[in-house]
Structures are given as structure tokens and as C-alpha cells.
Write a protein that binds this ligand. Structure first.
Ligand SMILES: [Zn+2]
Ligand SMILES: [Zn+2]
Length: 284
């Protein structure tokens, strides 16, 4: 059984459509794939419709949250939400808020750039961005306009938190997110919690607190985790009785990681399925 529980489609910042994603997942020999776009479920239906024989689909999402960093200051955290009921009212309202927040933020950053004389059209960026507008879309617009040589350069300079055009976004407090996902019948798994190359990381004591209010698991095998990171997280998961997952965090050609490069053990996957009451996994 090969199980990859964290992938992105064009419904956020991946390059494969949901249909291409499931067809590549099957072609690559995966038995189970989860679609986990940022802060939205817009890719779910197309993935279900295109699901090839023999592949099991887990409907999920990667939620932008804010937690407590090791230094005691707020830190951005990603939380995977699996098999939740998309019709749950409270969680639905929060996703709607996040969606509006993303649009406002990208518009705000683009308008600051335009006011500064950069060739960026806020409407055009938003029109091309789809349901999960974010800094990657601005980065690609800056590359296309010849302002920076690459997406990486855009992130290091113009789009960086200390850069001149940065606009904060009000992500969901991690505790609220864990509770909302549980109430919606889903299972929450902290994504790449020790990925230091992305910046500061979550305080481990917060993981202990989250476990008490319903956190389901920790993503352990991930391209941005070192062996030492995995050891720390595995120890914590064992201590707290949390599910452990491994995933590629596939983004198509936006990153170099391949589908299925990191995977989840079948017994861990079964625990997620056993715990979830929102929507079932789908196979045909
Ligand atoms: Zn992430
Ligand atoms: Zn991701």
C-alpha cells in the first residue's frame, strides 16, 4: 500500500488540475492520495469525478493557522484537515473568511506595488489566481513582468515579511482550527511542524496542549524535515498517542518533489479513516 496524504492541485498552488493529480497518482502507483489544497475544497468534486479505478481518494485541506512559536511569538502553522463535513456551518464560515482574507491581502500587496510604479495589475493577478490567491501568484506575475528573475527571488525580496509590500493575513488560531475540524467530523494533522527552513517553528508544548483538545496527528516524513526533526516528532507522537503520517507535499512542477516520494503507513491511515465521521474516503 502506497499512501500520500498531502498534495496540491491548481485549486491552490499546485500545477496539476485535480483530475490530472488523481490520474498521476494512479499512474505513479499510489493506492491512496489526499487532495489538500490551501484553505479550500474547490478541487474535491473534480478529483472525485476523475478518480481512476483502484485509487482511493481522501478529501482534505491544508489550513493556514497561527500558533505559538518556540520564542513565544506568533508563528504561521499549517494544519491538514482530513475527511471533514464541508457542510459544517462554523467551519464553512471560517473557510469563507480565509478566502476573503486571501483576496484582500493579495490585492493590498499588488496595489502597494502598483502605487510604487511596478508593472503589476491587481485585478489580473486575482483573476489568474483561482480560489486560493496567495503570494505565489504575485511572484509569478512579477517574474512574467520581468521585475525579478524567479519566484524564489520574488519571495526573498519583494514579497518577504520584512519587504516593502508585505501585508499580514489573519490566519485561524491553531486551537480554534483543531476544534472546528473535530466538530466537523474531520481529523487534524499538523503539517511539517519542524520545517525550519521555512522559518521559525511551533513550540512543542503547544503540540501537547493541542493533543488534549483533539489534534489527530503529526506529519513526520516530509521533504522539509531532517532526520532529527522526524525523531523529535516521532517521540512526541508516541508520548501523546498521535497518528503519524508521511507525505510528499506535492505541488506539481512548482516544486521538485515527486508524488509518493514520502508515504504514510497503512495502519496510520486506517486510524484516520476510523476516526473521521465527516465524509468517507472514495474509491471505485
Ligand atoms: Zn504547508
Ligand atoms: Zn502543502
Amino acid at each position: 500500500m502506497r499512501i500520500d496524504l498531502h498534495t496540491h492541485s491548481t485549486a491552490s498552488d499546485g500545477t496539476d488540475t485535480p483530475a490530472e493529480l488523481v490520474s498521476k497518482a494512479a499512474a505513479t502507483g499510489l493506492d491512496v492520495v489526499a487532495i489538500t489544497d490551501h484553505d479550500n475544497t474547490a478541487g474535491w468534486d473534480a478529483a472525485v469525478e476523475a478518480l481512476p479505478d483502484g485509487l482511493t481518494l481522501v478529501r482534505g485541506m491544508e489550513m493556514s493557522c497561527v500558533g505559538l512559536g518556540e520564542d513565544g511569538l506568533p508563528v504561521p502553522v499549517h494544519l491538514l484537515a482530513y475527511l471533514f463535513d464541508p457542510g459544517d456551518e462554523v467551519f464553512g464560515r471560517e473557510r469563507e473568511r480565509l478566502r476573503a482574507e486571501r483576496i484582500e491581502r493579495v490585492r493590498g500587496m499588488a496595489e502597494r506595488m502598483r502605487a510604487d510604479g511596478l508593472p503589476v495589475d491587481p485585478d489580473a493577478v486575482l483573476a489568474s489566481a483561482g480560489p486560493s490567491a496567495g503570494r505565489p501568484h504575485l511572484a509569478r506575475a512579477l517574474v512574467a513582468a520581468g521585475v525579478v528573475p524567479s519566484v524564489g527571488a520574488a519571495f526573498e525580496e519583494l514579497l518577504a515579511p520584512h519587504g516593502p509590500y508585505y501585508v499580514e493575513k489573519a490566519d485561524t488560531p491553531l486551537r480554534n482550527a483543531v476544534e472546528m475540524i473535530a466538530t466537523a467530523g474531520g481529523v487534524s494533522v499538523l503539517a511539517h511542524a519542524r520545517a525550519r527552513k521555512r522559518g521559525r517553528v511551533l513550540a512543542l508544548r503547544e503540540v501537547r496542549d493541542l493533543a488534549e483538545i483533539g489534534l489527530g496527528g503529526l506529519e513526520i516524513a516530509h521533504p522539509d524535515h531532517s532526520d532529527a526533526d522526524r525523531d523529535v516528532l516521532s517521540g512526541l507522537a508516541a508520548e501523546l498517542g498521535l497518528i503519524t503520517t508521511g507525505s510528499s507535499d506535492y505541488h506539481g512542477t512548482n516544486k521538485t518533489i515527486r508524488l509518493g516520494e514520502f508515504t504514510t503507513e497503512p495502519e496510520q491511515f486506517e486510524q484516520i479513516v476510523g476516526k473521521a465521521t465527516g465524509v468517507p474516503v472514495i474509491n471505485r
